[in-house]
Design a protein around this ligand. Structure first.
Ligand SMILES: [Zn+2]
Length: 118
């Protein structure tokens, strides 16, 4: 069974790992000190990765403003739902905004591309 998690959390984790990957790439460049061109390429790639993560963070900010805030029925915390179905940020309880999907098994395929882009 696939492991689902809250979409905003997932993107945030992705952005954070990009920062780390960027630093690792830049750190890797140090091993090519005798090849300035290779080192520059490593530094640029690392920098690009960090810049990209900033863009992703910005994108999360945009997404969270469009996400619907709901109180999770399971843990009673305020969480954000993106798309038709999403998981609670805290307890991974499947949540839906569509009454017709209520009680059904969680399936991320309910999130059609059309729904997300609205
Ligand atoms: Zn919850």
């Amino acid at each position: 069974m696939a492991k689902y998690s809250n979409k905003i959390n997932k993107i945030r984790t992705f952005a954070l790992s990009l920062v780390f990957i960027g630093f690792i790439i830049m750190y890797g460049g140090i091993f090519f000190k005798s090849y300035p061109i290779v080192m520059t390429i490593f530094m640029l790639l690392g920098l690009l990765s960090i810049i990209f993560s900033t863009v992703v963070y910005f994108w999360i900010g945009m997404l969270s403003t469009r996400a619907v805030q709901v109180v999770c029925p399971n843990c009673n915390k305020l969480t954000k739902v993106l798309g038709r179905v999403d998981m609670c940020m805290y307890c991974n309880e499947p949540l839906t905004l569509d009454p017709s999907l209520e009680g059904k098994d969680f399936d991320e395929s309910y999130n059609s591309k059309k729904t997300i882009q609205q």
